[in-house]
Each structure stands twice: as C-alpha cells, then as structure tokens.
Design a protein around this ligand. Sequence first.
Ligand SMILES: CC(C)(COP(=O)(O)OP(=O)(O)OC[C@H]1O[C@@H](n2cnc3c(N)ncnc32)[C@H](O)[C@@H]1OP(=O)(O)O)[C@@H](O)C(=O)NCCC(=O)NCCS
Length: 166
Amino acid sequence: MSTTNNNINTSLEPDIKIRTATIDDLPAIFHLGEKVFTPKDVSNLYRTWDEYEVTGLFNSEPEYMLVAVVGKTKVVGFALGSVIEKKRSAWTYGYLLWLGVDAAYKRMGVAGMLFDRFRSLMEKADVRILMIDTQADNVAALRFFESKGFTNPIDHIYMTLNLENQ
Ligand SMILES: CC(C)(COP(=O)(O)OP(=O)(O)OC[C@H]1O[C@@H](n2cnc3c(N)ncnc32)[C@H](O)[C@@H]1OP(=O)(O)O)[C@@H](O)C(=O)NCCC(=O)NCCS
C-alpha cells in the first residue's frame, strides 16, 4: 500500500514564483546576467550589461523589475523593463530590456511566467505597444518572443570602427 503525505511536494518541477525585485535581489540579478549575456549566446548584448543597468533601473523603474525565484531568495530568472512615453505621440510604449533565465532552469516556462507578469504590468500602465530587441542569431530568444506573439522583426545593423588602428 502506498502512503501519501500531502505536505511533501512530489513534483519534479521546482516551485518557481515571480515577484517584484527588492534591493536584496540586485547582486543576484547582476551575476546571473553576467552568466546569461555571454558573447557566445548574445554576441552584442553582453557589451552593455553592467551593474549600472541593474542599479539604474532599480532607481528609476523598480516596479518593472521582476525576478523568478526558487524558495525565498534563489533568483533563477529576471525581466527588466521600462515604459516610454514619446513626445508628440499619444502612445505609450513598453520596452522589455533584459530577460534572462539561469541555464539550469531553461525550457521550464520561467521566461514565459516572467513575460506574462511583465505584460500584465504593461497593460496596467496603458502601454499599447511592447518592444524587445535581440540578436538576429539568438534563436532561443527569437523563438521565445514569437511564441509570445511578437511579429514584424526589423533588421538593425551594428557596425564598428576600431579607433586604435588609425
Ligand atoms: C530566451 C530565454 C529567456 C528563454 O527562457 P526559457 O525560460 O528557457 O523559456 P521558456 O521555457 O519560457 O520557453 C517558452 C517557449 O519559448 C520557445 N523557446 C525557448 N527557448 C528555446 C530554444 N532554445 N529553442 C527554441 N525555442 C525556444 C519555445 O517555444 C518554448 O516553449 P516549449 O519549451 O514548450 O517548446 C533564455 O533562453 C535565455 O535566458 N537566453 C539568454 C538571454 C537572452 O537571449 N535574452 C533575451 C534577450 S534580452
């Protein structure tokens, strides 16, 4: 006869919750971003990921900083965004600036949960258009955003000029 204890979580899926980031989450967000935004995976994004991205957004728009946590404090993913109101435009835009998930927790729906919460915050802020940007060769991100309904990819070319050689 099998015994069942209702207090034991027998699911193999980790218990992941989405919440607004607090100041105590900032180091974990920063260090996870260092792992996630690597030259190999996102050959351009990593250049601009630094501690000021995290502290700056926490200062300006902490309500749009979300973390996915296992247990009380283990940050396994984050979404950082911003609301943009353009002069001479009646429309309000939402920008999902940074979305990252710990490699050990990928394909478990973590980014999906973060995005869904972010989207509902944007709707509450009367945002009419959501924007993201990512590398053209970042297949995981492209498939992810397509799965969330994003369309209309527009090519954007980055060029470099090495000033040291001149
Ligand atoms: C892109 C990223 C955020 C996705 O996170 P995730 O938690 O693994 O995504 P989810 O589990 O919520 O995936 C939802 C859906 O997106 C698509 N998807 C996600 N990763 C994919 C991959 N590697 N290949 C193909 N499709 C993928 C699938 O449709 C997936 O659904 P499925 O697992 O049922 O097939 C994650 O891979 C990541 O952190 N990448 C590095 C950072 C980055 O590129 N960020 C985005 C730009 S800022």
